[in-house]
Design a binder for this molecule. Sequence first.
Ligand code: NAD
Ligand code: GLY
Length: 383
Amino acid sequence: MQSTISVNLPTQSYPITIAPGILDFLGEKMQALTNPPLGSGSNVLLVSNSTVFKLYGQRAIASLEKAGFKPNLCILPDGEQYKNFDSVLKIYKAALKSRLERSSTLIALGGGVIGDITGFAAATWLRGVNFVQVPTSLLAMVDASIGGKTGINYYQGKNLIGAFYQPRLVLVDPKVLQTLPWNEFRSALAEIIKYGVVWDAEVFRCLEESSNLKTLLDVRSHILFFLLSRSCQAKANIVAQDEKETGLRALLNYGHTIGHALESLTQYRYFSHGEAVAIGMLAAGEIAVFLNLWSRQEAQRQSTVIEKAELSNCIPSNLEIDKIMEVLSWDKKVQNGKVRFVLPTKIGSAYIREQVPPKLVNQILLKLKSRSSTSLMSLGKPS
Ligand code: NAD
Ligand code: GLY
C-alpha cells in the first residue's frame, strides 16, 4: 500500500507520500527531492515533542543518518500551551547551534502543534529554509501538515501569528497511529467527516459503511488507508485551487464557525477540537435544511456518522446560547452583523453562504441544546 498525492501550486509543488512503515525511509525520500535538492551531508534539524520523540525519534534519526544527513535535535514539551514564541525561540537557538544554512531543512515530527510551530520557524529562519512534515497524529496527517498554514498562538488568540509556508515533502506513516490515543483519533475523525460532507461523497460512504469506526485504529486496515489518501487528496485539491484562502479553501471551515465559538467560550477546556467541530457541522446542517438547501435525510446521515465516531451531537444544557451568539459576533467570518457559514447542499458538496441571519443561528442552537442530556460538568473535563 503506497499512495503519492501531489499538491500542485504555482510556486512549488510537493508530494504527500502515504505508506505503512515509510518513517524508516524519511532520509531516502528527502534525498530524492530535486529542484532544488536538500543536499546529502547537510545539517538538518529535527523538531519533535517529548511524547512523539520517545516513540519515533530514533527511527527518524537512523533513517536520516543512513541517507547521509546530520540530524540535530530540538525536543519541545508536549501540548497546545507550548505553541508559542518560547518554542519558536528554542528552535531558532537550535538552528543557530546546528549552523543551519539556507539550503538546510527543518523536519517536524509530531502532531499539528509541532507541525505549525516548526513550519513557522522554517518560514522565518534565514528568511526561509526547507521544511519537511512527518505528521504523526491523524489530524496532522489529513489536515494540518498539508497546505502551508503555519503559526503559533498569542495570548488567547489561536494561530494569531503565522505565515503561509509550504513544506517540500509530507510523509505519512499510518503505522504510527497505533500509539495515538483513541480520543485524539476520534477528534480527527470530525475532519474526515467534514471532507466527506463538503467534498468527497466516497469518503462519507466509506465512513457510513464501516460498522465501527474504532476498528480504523487497526492501522493495517485498507479502509484507514483509503480514508487517509482521499482526505489528503481532498485537501491537496482545495489548496491547489486556493492556496491563500481567498475563496474555495474556506470550505474547510465547515463546522468551524460554531465549533470555534464553543471552544473559545469554554476556554478550550471542555471540548476537543473535533467535538466542537462536530456540533458545528450539525448546526450548519440544520441551517441548510431550514433554508431548503439540504435534505433532512442527508442531515440525518451526517448525524449518524458523527454519533458513530463518538463525537458530540448536542450543545451541553448549561451553555448559554446568548453567549455563543456573542462569541460568534466577534468571529472574523462576520460581515455587517451576519455570519458567514459553509452550508452543505448534498453529501460531497457545499458552498459558502455569506449572510446567515443571527436569528436563525440562535434558533438552531436552541434546538441542538434542547436535545441535550449532558452538561459541561458531566463531560468530566477539568474546569
Ligand atoms: P497535537 O499536536 O497536540 O497532538 C495531539 C496529541 O497526540 C499530543 O499529545 C501528541 O504528543 C500526541 N501524538 C501525536 N502523534 C502521536 C502518536 N503517533 N502516538 C502517540 N501520541 C501522539 O494535536 P493535533 O490534534 O495533532 O493538532 C492540533 C493543532 O493543529 C492545533 O494547534 C491546530 O491549531 C493545528 N491545526 C493546524 C492546521 C493547519 O492547517 N496548519 C489545521 C488543523 C489544525
Ligand atoms: N485547516 C483549514 C485549512 O487548512 O485551511
